[in-house]
Design a binder for this molecule. Structure first.
Ligand SMILES: [Ca+2]
Length: 466
C-alpha cells in the first residue's frame, strides 16, 4: 500500500465524518495523522429494549434519549445469544457461542479457547496490538478481565454499580492529557435482578401508569415452544424472579398487578443507571475527551416482563433477543437517526477495529457498521441470527432464530418451528408457519438457517426441506 493511501478504516472514518477527520484539530494530531478515537462501551445487564425512554414514554432515561438524539439509535439490534456469559463472550470474540465455546452460563469454553489455548483473540487484545490502552470495570462472568486482554481493571460485584462508575471516573480523569487512544469497557450489573431501587428512584414512578405489553400472560401456554429448559430444571419457564423486589413468585402464574410492580422497580433501576451514565458523560466532557470518544450503549440480552407468561430471557422472542443499542460520537456527520436496519451485537467487534484503523480478522460473522453510519438507508445484511442451544450448560435444549426485516423463523432442538410476521404481529402472538400463503417465505428462511448452521458448525439436524 502506498504511504499516502488510506486504509479502509481511515477512508470510512474520513467519509463518515464528512472530511472532518482530516481538517478538525480535534481529529488531527501533531504529526498530521488522523487521531484515532477513544472507545467507551457500556454493556448493561438484562435491559429490555422497550424499557428505554425513546421507545416508551413511561420510562425516564434522559441521558440515553439525548445520546440517541445526538447519535444513532439501532432499533433492530440483535444479540448473538440471549444469555449473559455467552453473550459477553460473543461481544469480546466477535463469534457465535457455538464458535467460541461459552455455552449459556458456562464460560469454560471461552476460558479454554481464549485464556488457556489462546486460539481466539479478543477485542481488547486486538485493540491493544493496534496501540490502544484498555481497561475494564464491572461484570465479567468470564473470569478476571486481565486474563483476556484488558491491561487495567477488574471484575466488580457491587450491585449498585457505584464502584464501576467510580473506576470509570478515575480512569477518565487520568486520560486528560494522554494522547494514546483507549478502550474503556464498562459492564454495569443493572438492571439485572434482584431489583432493590432506593426510594428516590421508585418515587419517580409513583404516579406513572406502568404499561403492560399486549402479549402479557399470567402463565405461558402449555403448547409454547419457548420453554427455557425442561420441567423441574433451573431454566424451566423461568425462575429468575427469585429475591426480587417485593418477592415476586419465582415462576408463573403471575398477575398483571405483580408484573406492574416488578416493572415499576425495573424502570426505577434503569433510571438510576441512566443517571450514572449522565454523570459519566459529564466526566468525559470535563476531561476534554467528549469530541473524540465513540460511546456505545447496549445490553447483553433483553428481558421478559411477563411477555408470553415469561420472565427472564433465553427465548427467541423479541423481548429476549432484541436489545437497546446506540452509538454516540460528536464527530459523526449523520446524527439523530433511528436506524431500522438489522444489526447484530457481533458487528461491534469489526466496527471498533474499523474505527481504530486496526486489521479486521477474516471470516467474522459480524460486519463493520461504518457503512451503515455513512448510508443509513442502505441495509447491511439480509438477516440476523441469535442462538441459545445450551440452556443450563447442556447442548440439546434450546433454539435458534433467523430474523429478516419482516420475518422471524425459529427452530428448536425438538424441531418445532415458528414463523412470525413482525410487521403485522410485532408482539409475536401468532405462529404462522403453517399458513399456506407463507410456505415460500418459510422455505427461504429455512435456507438462511441452514446456511448459518453450516457456518457455525451447529450439529443439530437442518430444518426440514432444505
Ligand atoms: Ca444478562
Amino acid at each position: 500500500m502506498a504511504k499516502n493511501e488510506f486504509t479502509r478504516g481511515e477512508f470510512l472514518r474520513s467519509t463518515v465524518l464528512g472530511g472532518l477527520a482530516l481538517s478538525a484539530s480535534v481529529a488531527v494530531g501533531q504529526s498530521g495523522k488522523a487521531r484515532r478515537p477513544n472507545i467507551a462501551v457500556v454493556l448493561s445487564d438484562d435491559h429490555n429494549y422497550r424499557s428505554v425512554g425513546y421507545n416508551n414514554a413511561a420510562v425516564k432515561t434522559p441521558t440515553l434519549d439525548r445520546l440517541g438524539r445526538e447519535g444513532v439509535i439501532f432499533d433492530h439490534a440483535y444479540i448473538a445469544t440471549p444469555i449473559c456469559a455467552s453473550s459477553r463472550a460473543s461481544l469480546l470474540t466477535g463469534l457465535f457461542p457455538q464458535q467460541h465455546g461459552a455455552i449459556a452460563l458456562d464460560g469454560s469454553g471461552f476460558r479454554e479457547n481464549v485464556v488457556e489455548q489462546k486460539r481466539l483473540p479478543t477485542l481488547a487484545q486486538l485493540l491493544a496490538k493496534a496501540g490502544y490502552d484498555t481497561a475494564f470495570c464491572g461484570k465479567s462472568h468470564l473470569g478476571p478481565p486481565r486474563e483476556y486482554g484488558f491491561a487495567e481493571g477488574e471484575e466488580l460485584k457491587d450491585p449498585t454499580d457505584d464502584q464501576t462508575f467510580d473506576f470509570a471516573a478515575r480512569f477518565i480523569e487520568k486520560r486528560k492529557d494522554n494522547p494514546t487512544p483507549f478502550l474503556l469497557w464498562m459492564a454495569p450489573r443493572q438492571p439485572h435482578v434482584p431489583l432493590r431501587p432506593p426510594d428516590e428512584w421508585l418515587d419517580l414512578y409513583r404516579d406513572t401508569e406502568i404499561p403492560v405489553d399486549p402479549n402479557f400472560l399470567e402463565t405461558p401456554p402449555p403448547d409454547s415452544i419457548f420453554n427455557q429448559g425442561l420441567p423441574g430444571e433451573r431454566y424451566y419457564r423461568d425462575s429468575d424472579f427469585r429475591n426480587n423486589f417485593k418477592e415476586l413468585p419465582a415462576g408463573p402464574p403471575r398477575s398483571r398487578e405483580q408484573i406492574k410492580e416488578f416493572t415499576r422497580a425495573y424502570y426505577a433501576v434503569i433510571s438510576r443507571l441512566d443517571h450514572q451514565l449522565g454523570k459519566l458523560m459529564g466526566q468525559i466532557k470535563d476531561a476534554g475527551l467528549y469530541e473524540n470518544t465513540v460511546f456505545i450503549y447496549l445490553s447483553d440480552n433483553g428481558y421478559h416482563l411477563g411477555n408470553h407468561g415469561l420472565g427472564n430471557k433465553i427465548t427467541m422472542h423479541e423481548e429476549s433477543v432484541c436489545v437497546p443499542m446506540l452509538l454516540h460520537w460528536p464527530m459523526l456527520k449523520k446524527t439523530g437517526i433511528r436506524n431500522k436496519h438489522l444489526v447484530s451485537s457481533l458487528d461491534l467487534f469489526p466496527t471498533l477495529l474499523d474505527l481504530a484503523g486496526a486489521p479486521i480478522p477474516a471470516g467474522l460473522p459480524g460486519m463493520s457498521l461504518l457503512p451503515l453510519l455513512e448510508e443509513p438507508m442502505k441495509p447491511l445484511r439480509t438477516y440476523a441470527v441469535s442462538e441459545c442451544v445450551g440452556v443450563g450448560g447442556k447442548k440439546g435444549m434450546g433454539h435458534r432464530m433467523v430474523r429478516t426485516e419482516q420475518w422471524k423463523y425459529v427452530l428448536t432442538d425438538v424441531n418445532d418451528e415458528a414463523l412470525f410476521d413482525e410487521e403485522a404481529d410485532p408482539f409475536e402472538m401468532v405462529n404462522v408457519a403453517n399458513a399456506e400463503a407463507n410456505q415460500a417465505i418459510l422455505q427461504r428462511l429455512r435456507g438462511y438457517m441452514k446456511e448459518w448452521m453450516e457456518r457455525v458448525g451447529d450439529t443439530h439436524q437442518r430444518p426440514p426441506g432444505v
